[in-house]
Design a protein around this ligand. Sequence first.
Ligand SMILES: [Zn+2]
Length: 457
Amino acid sequence: MRYIVALLAALTALPAAAQPLDTAKRLVAAALADSWAYEFVAGLTTEIGPRLAGTDAARRAAEWSAARLREAGFDEVRIESFPMRAWLRGTESAAVIAPSPQTLAVTALGGSVATAPEGIEAEIALFRSYGELLLAAPGSLDGKIAVVTQRQTRFMDGTGYGAAGPVRRAGPSEAAKRGAVAYLHRSLGTADHRLPHTGALNYQEGAPRIPAAALSNPDADQLERLSARGTVRVRLALATSAVESAQGFTVVAELKGSETPEEIVLIGAHLDSWDLGTGAIDDGAGCAIVAGAAKLIGSLPRRPKRTVRVVLFGAEEMDYSGPAYAAAHGGQAAKIVIAGESDFGARKVVQIQLPPNATASMFGRGLGAAVAPLGIVMSPAPALTGGADIRPLQRLGVPVMSLRQNGIDYFDIHHTANDTLDKIDRAELAQAVAAWAATAYLAAETGVDFRALGHER
Ligand SMILES: [Zn+2]
């Protein structure tokens, strides 16, 4: 309560003619003292838990979030639904059958077809890199279970995940085109625990759809050692299912602009999660960060000139919500002045990337001054992406930003059963809220035109 009183005093004490930078600094201070974002992600992960897109839990998560946002004082809160195919995990198991029987820790990839109930048993063909799989001749994997054990390199900015992405997304179809009957790969993950990392695959048109699962990293190591010693037989059993005509739910909350409400600063995150953990760092934290940032902006005595729109996307993991949002609101693209998504965990923001030429603009200098005390560096390089759900808007010409967090251990936890609330540090989460609050506020208040800056030389 003391905090809330202090916070309200700090915000309402703002003089009416305060410069935007002064207000941004006050938002930073208020964010660091505010626990709303942490309480949001704690409530979401406790009262709802896992939120696989297309399930009843995801619908309840949308209703729960909308209720919290209404309580937080947003001007308008709505839930937008879209059609999608829901994928559901069932039982899953794998084992080495010969030469030395033992259990393997695996989890089905999102979208994977099921095996027959008794599973698939076959010899494995092991590749230490994805490139090596692509070099395999058609027919060379006939009747085999293809295994790719390529490692993901640890980077603070997640570069290793992007580089390893095709192993999971495209690997199953590439193996199937060469005759494989099932696909296993080393998890896209950087830890040495025995929790496999799930994630979506993308079957290619025209390739047979084969069951596919991720191995924990120690199990991938074990298969490497076994295959170096001779022939290995593995059994894989996955009982996945799908609901063809399900619904996804995206939550939208707005602070209406006080002067040019038709101009929109869009800050997003994704509300859906994988089913293995409770989706705390991916991406309950992101929802808490952007909603918490906007809530603080909404606590100011006056709304910023432009509208601040929070979008909690409902099916990022299965690739539905970004396209669905752009399909429904693409007509507004010219009025979205900037967009970004918080989807890289709960740690501190370390760097901000803006649209071309914006870092050196008055806007970029002001933002840099507001966030420098948080230890944040303004990147000289422009943002290449605003996040998976933002990409379809970016294709429509919307300028994007990227508030890059410290992700050094993000891929130890990402998409595993270990993605739970205890991994979130309150102070780091609050720092991220502060960074988003300052950025969104200045973009909404200063009238900066990122499109015009992009055309400067
Ligand atoms: Zn995510």
